[in-house]
Design a protein around this ligand. Structure first.
Ligand code: HEC
Length: 208
């Protein structure tokens, strides 16, 4: 096949432009594009105040949407003073189920009895159906999820406050299912549905 003259010209141009052999650095055309005064993120530079391009935030800086948590050292006060801001609706329950099944189930198990898939080797957590946890107010449980407790880490950075409260609604549903009474069973039969929803149909936005 006979190459057209402009074909060979193109090939030559490509050969020239792409002439970066591994042994030599590429030819810099308009090197200002390479060497800019702009700093790259986290670039090290001795002459900068922090020796790097990233500055520390001004003391007292808080992330957008941050809410202080004043109960760090006082779980009981969290229990007394914090109220679950989410009404127990179907939406909240489904959101809580998602949180529980994403974050809690691996340790606490599907039913909350401590039979999670990582147990063992992870030590078995106590059952969430104990007298103690059933009698805890929502705020006290919120404290455990927010601050962690002994071996259980804090989930504040993974699960936002609203989702933590939703998970507590789901935990309450697990507790109620575990300790179901004749009355609950009666209601279940009356409703004729396994759909989640508030206890009585005139509350929240349960869809029935
Ligand atoms: C990595 C495993 C792990 C995960 C994940 C986990 N927990 Fe825990 N949880 C534990 C352990 C272990 C304890 C017992 C801590 C202790 O010894 O005080 C515990 C304790 C608790 C308690 C207090 C129980 C009591 O009797 O004192 C609650 C409530 C609780 N977890 C809820 C949750 C919720 C809700 C989630 C999900 C947001 C969650 N946990 C995720 C391991 C876990």
């Amino acid at each position: 096949m006979k190459l057209k003259w402009w074909n060979s010209g193109l090939a030559a141009a490509i050969a020239l432009l792409g002439g970066c052999s591994k042994s030599k650095p590429a030819w810099e055309y308009m090197s200002d594009m390479m060497d800019q005064p702009a700093l790259k993120a986290y670039e090290y530079d001795k002459s900068l105040p922090h020796r790097r391009s990233a500055f520390l935030p001004v003391p007292g800086t808080i992330p957008r949407g941050y809410q202080p948590y004043p109960y760090k050292e006082d779980p009981e006060a969290a229990g007394r003073e914090l109220k679950n801001p989410l009404p127990m609706t179907k939406e909240a329950m489904l959101a809580g189920e998602k949180v529980y099944k994403t974050h809690c189930i691996v340790c606490h198990g599907e039913k909350g009895d401590g039979n999670g898939s990582v147990v063992p080797p992870f030590p078995r957590p106590p059952s969430l159906h104990s007298e103690k946890v059933r009698n805890w107010p929502d705020g006290r449980i919120f404290h455990v999820v927010t601050e962690g407790q002994n071996l259980m880490p804090s989930y504040a950075s993974q699960i936002n406050a609203e989702k933590r409260w939703a998970a507590i609604h789901y935990l309450r549903a697990l507790q109620r299912a575990e300790g179901a009474t004749q009355e609950d069973v009666g209601e279940y039969l009356r409703r004729g549905t396994t759909d989640y929803g508030p206890r009585t149909t005139d509350q929240g936005s349960g869809t029935e």
